[in-house]
Structure formats: structure tokens, C-alpha cells
Ligand binder design. Structure first.
Ligand code: COA
Length: 385
């Protein structure tokens, strides 16, 4: 297998982008990534697009060809990758495998979702299709409800408090306030989270990631080309993916995502690093409890200590480990197909020292963690400068 690097990145503004269509979001992110990479469009050999449910959200399928067409990149091979909210991370991994195998030398990865053109009820049902439709969604178990059950169990087993979950959102809004691409750039308080309307108890509005329009893109190159385009390639040191049951009731545990643990173990092994080596991590905080589960499952903190770690400030910028410097899904926003690619964009910025006000000092190794559904897919990447 050959080494593979990220050589360019781009983002669209995340948020309620009613003035922009899906194709415009793709162009905003992809043109920025291609321009930043110094790669000529005609040099790009293959294209991977992460998108969860463009048919239901935006009445548009066949995104592989559509994105190639929109970007003027036909006739290169172009596929759409779907793994629910992990579609972007899995698209990055497919491009990594294509380049590492020697099949191609230059790839473009795009992640996109245009979610706000349908009402929130339909968006909730669409997101629910990432769970087990017959056993969960049909009976009213929305994603906030599924994560609320995980939160309740974590509170029961480990004494995790609603205040500690609220602190995840407060931190991520603080980080998002330093990110001009973020959907929410306002500071919030623990009281504001606790007093926001209940969505699925114990999760309140401000424990939830929002519904978002947005796109992210990266250009990836094999080792023989990477340094031709940039002095600062960011290397994919580990790439791993794992799966689990779709339905929560079939899992061994409600307080841990096994797919995350398995994917992390393989990614750490490939990269030859330990959790303690990671300086900056983008983790899948679709709900505040999800960040607490993630920092435990990824081995940053002991099982059950995640809430306390957040309370002690151990996940703030430039603390023990800087978690979700972009603002995470909570504040930066969660256009589901784009999120996994945005995580790689954020880490590339951090490892290149290009993250401005939210720069993590001495960021040399980063980790991206992207989850599909309530944990049926997990993909973990370890990046090095
Ligand atoms: N965080 C902060 N503010 C939010 C927000 C969030 N998650 N969601 C909505 N808002 C704000 C809106 O900007 C709006 O503010 P305004 O009145 O100043 O314009 C206000 O709250 C009401 O927005 P609205 O769109 O009517 O909210 P809603 O009640 O319809 O939806 C949720 C809120 C939490 C139900 C929705 O964001 C949601 O379903 N989130 C979870 C998404 C999800 O499950 N993703 C997949 C995870 S696996």
C-alpha cells in the first residue's frame, strides 16, 4: 500500500443556505479545494462524493455523475458513497484505498447535503432511515430519542450529569465562534442549554446538532505526487471502518459504540500511535452525549469518565486533547454527507497551522471520527503532518 496525503481543501459556508442549491454548494467547496491544491482539474483521475439522502432531501439522486458534470470533470469515474451520517468519512476512505492501492494518483472527495428545503418533520424521518426502520423509526424512535436512551443509560451507569452534557455544547459553540464557516458562531451558557426546549429527555435543543446545508471537499494525492503540489502534505496515517447492528436493542451496550472501538483500534495500529499521541480530534457529536461516548470509546479517557473530563476542561482547545476545534457537528453544523469530509478539512488546517484563532499549538497528529446512524457505521482516520 502506498502513502496518501491531503494536498488541498475547501468548504462552503454551513447553515441554512436557502439561496444556494445542492450543485452550488458542491461548487463552492470543490472549486476552493482544487484551487488550493494547485492541481489542474484535468489531472484529477477519480471522484468520490459522500451524501446520505440527496433524493429525500433535495429530489436529486445519481450524485456521482452529477458532481462530475457540475465540476466539469467528466468523463472520469465518479461514485456516490452512502453510509448515513458517515457518508463523508467513508468517501474519504474509499479515495484513500483507491490511491493507496496504486489504481489512481489523484482523487477529489466531496461531501454534501442540502437538508433545509424540506420541513423538520420530513428531515427527522429521513434521518431516521439510518436506523432500523421496522423496529425503531416506525414506532417513533427518532435519532434524538435513540441518543436520549444512550444518555439515560450513561447517566444511570456512570453518574453523568445533564450539566456535563451541556458543557460539550458550550465548548463547541465557543470553538465555532472562531470558525467563519460555522452555522452557529454565538456563545452559549450551561444555563441556556439546560433551559432550552426538551427534544427527547434528557436532550434539549442545545444538546442537538442542527439541520444544515453545506459541502466540504479535499484533493488527495499518492506519495509520488503529493510534494509536487504542496510543501505541507497531511498524511493519512491510519484509515479504518467498522460496522455494528442498526438497531440499538441488538447491541451489547448502550453506553459504548463497538464500531468506534474496532475502527479506532485498527486505525491506531496502522498509524502506530496511541490515543495519548492525538493532539486534536474531530469527533461525531451529533448530540452532546455522543461526544462523551466518543472520547471514551476512542481511548482518550477511561470509560465513564467522559462527562467529568469535559467538566474539568480536558477537551477544551489546547488542553489535554482539543476536541472539535471546528465547533463540531453542534456548532459548525451537520450537513450529514459533508460532515466526515469537513472533519478532514479541519484537521488538515490544524496540522498545517492554518486554523487561525482556534489553532491548537503543536498539532502534529489528529484523529477524525465519523459515525453513521446510532453507531452502525464508524470510520476513523489518523492524520499526521
Ligand atoms: N442548535 C441551536 N439552535 C438551533 C438548533 C440547534 N440544534 N436547531 C434549531 N435551532 C434554532 C434555529 O436556528 C431557530 O432559531 P431562530 O428562531 O433564531 O431562527 C430556532 O432554533 C428554531 O429552529 P427550528 O428549525 O424551528 O428548530 P426545530 O425545533 O424544528 O428543530 C431540532 C430542532 C433539534 C429538532 C433539529 O435541529 C434536529 O432534528 N436536530 C437533530 C438532527 C439530527 O438528528 N441529525 C442526525 C444525527 S445522527
Amino acid at each position: 500500500m502506498r502513502n496518501v496525503a491531503v494536498v488541498g481543501y475547501g468548504l462552503s459556508k454551513f447553515g441554512e443556505r436557502w439561496e444556494a442549491g445542492l450543485k452550488e454548494l458542491v461548487s463552492e467547496a470543490a472549486v476552493a479545494a482544487i484551487n488550493a491544491s494547485g492541481v489542474e482539474p484535468k489531472q484529477i483521475q477519480c471522484l468520490f462524493t459522500g451524501a446520505m439522502s440527496s433524493g429525500r432531501f433535495a429530489n436529486q439522486e445519481h450524485l456521482g455523475a452529477l458532481v462530475a458534470d457540475q465540476l466539469g470533470l467528466t468523463p472520469i469515474p465518479s461514485v456516490r458513497v452512502e453510509a448515513a451520517c458517515a457518508s463523508g468519512g467513508v468517501a474519504v476512505r474509499q479515495a484513500y484505498l483507491a490511491l493507496a492501492s496504486g489504481a489512481y494518483d489523484l482523487a477529489l472527495v466531496v461531501g454534501v447535503e442540502k437538508m433545509t428545503d424540506i420541513d423538520v418533520g420530513h428531515a427527522t424521518t429521513t434521518l431516521g432511515t439510518a436506523g432500523d426502520y421496522e423496529w425503531e423509526v416506525f414506532h417513533g424512535a427518532t435519532f434524538p430519542a435513540l441518543y436520549a436512551m444512550m444518555a439515560r443509560r450513561h447517566m444511570h451507569d456512570f453518574g453523568t450529569k445533564e450539566e456535563q452534557m451541556a458543557m460539550v455544547s458550550v465548548k463547541n459553540h465557543s470553538n465555532g465562534s472562531k470558525n467563519k464557516f460555522a452555522q452557529f458562531q454565538n456563545l452559549i451558557t450551561v444555563d441556556a442549554v439546560l433551559n432550552s426546549s426538551v427534544v427527547a429527555s434528557p436532550l434539549k435543543l442545545l444538546d442537538c446538532s442542527p439541520i444544515t446545508d453545506g459541502a466540504a471537499a479535499i484533493v488527495m494525492a499518492s506519495e509520488n505526487l503529493a510534494r509536487k503540489f504542496t510543501d505541507a502534505p497531511v498524511w493519512i496515517a491510519g484509515s479504518a471502518q467498522a460496522s455494528d447492528t442498526l438497531a440499538l436493542h441488538d447491541r451489547e451496550s448502550l453506553t459504548s459504540l463497538k464500531a468506534t472501538k474496532v475502527a479506532a483500534e485498527y486505525a491506531y495500529k496502522q498509524a502506530n500511535v496511541r490515543p495519548n499521541d492525538i493532539k486534536v480530534a474531530e469527533v461525531h457529536d451529533c448530540f452532546s452525549i455522543a461526544e462523551i461516548l466518543a472520547i471514551e470509546d476512542l481511548g482518550f479517557f477511561n470509560k465513564g469518565y467522559g462527562g467529568k473530563a469535559v467538566e474539568e476542561g480536558e477537551t477544551q482547545l489546547n488542553s489535554k486533547i482539543s476536541v472539535n476545534s471546528s465547533g463540531g457537528l453542534k456548532a459548525c453544523g451537520h450537513p450529514v454527507g459533508a460532515t466526515g469530509v469537513k472533519q478532514i478539512v479541519e484537521l488538515t488546517m490544524q496540522l498545517r497551522n492554518e486554523a487561525g484563532a482556534r489553532q491548537v499549538s503543536n498539532a502534529d497528529i489528529g484523529l477524525a471520527h465519523n459515525v453513521g446512524g446510532s453507531g452502525a457505521t464508524a470510520v476513523v482516520h489518523v492524520l499526521r503532518r
